[in-house]
Design a protein around this ligand. Sequence first.
Ligand SMILES: O=C(O)C(=O)Cc1ccccc1
Length: 331
Amino acid sequence: MRGRPDSPRPSLSRVTASTSLTPTTRYGFLGPEGTFTSMALDAWGPSAQGERVTFGSVDAALTALRSGAIDAAMVPIENSVEGGVSATLDALASGDPLVVVGEVLVPVTFVLAAAPGTTRDAVRAVGTHSHAWAQVRGWIGENLPDAVYVPTLSTASAAEALEQGPQPFEAAVCAPAAARLHGLDVLAEGIGDMQAAVTRFVLVARPGVVPERTGADKTTVVLFQRDDHAGGLLALLEQFAARGINMTRLESRPTKESMGSYCFSIDLEGHVLDERVGEALMGLKRICSEVRFLGSYPRADRQRATIAPLTADEDFSAARAWLTGLRTGRP
Ligand SMILES: O=C(O)C(=O)Cc1ccccc1
């Protein structure tokens, strides 16, 4: 894993994957239009021709995906300020299998918006999504220290509500686009505590075709240990280290079964069709009680994996050919 980002802030970027998704795909997302999730879906090229279906939560969208009511769902999975999005990670780690088929990076910029004519002094309460609130706490603390937080289903639903009439909050924290969409006045812009904040969204589908290998791919897995023992995590990580596989995210999440029981949610560089990744997954399958494969998909930043010496596909094939020779008596 990289200790510190060394690449510039990504622009809103999209990747297209060769999957079973078609122009008639029904795409679910946290609505209404104007959410950061809707922007992620805008940036997902193939969605332009599909049907857009709004939901009130990530869980509701994933439930609809599992039931077949929609074909794909765009959900936030990681934030450069707050880390992993627990609701999404947990919903993917259990229940009927789902797989990630692509990712989108969205720079998140927040404004404080209110019904026309509202002054900043009149703001006693602020409505927004919990992720947004977590990212503007510093600004609110300095500029509206007495403001009360009112949770809403999304940033855009707070903006939409203010357009409709009086609410238990006078201002919304939302994207500039949502303020425009609902005719709100912008009382302050760029109020995020980290100006360079980026949220990573993933497009999730039911298991089917694996997106093709591009050389700049990521694979997501959740690992469940057989038992708790000294060096248990190290044994898992060795499977990656021994094959030159870099991780881009590693988080422990409670399995919710008992106190102290955790699983590990991991993003790694590479595709399940890469020999080194396939071999690592086999190693993990042997030592874990469960390896939940959550998909291989093209990276949004298109950064190609660095292949460590002697970990290329050819190195693994040559070693396998050698073993086959030994086993068949034709070394
Ligand atoms: O409420 C939204 O707009 C969302 O899409 C959820 C969210 C909120 C803040 C940052 C990233 C995603």
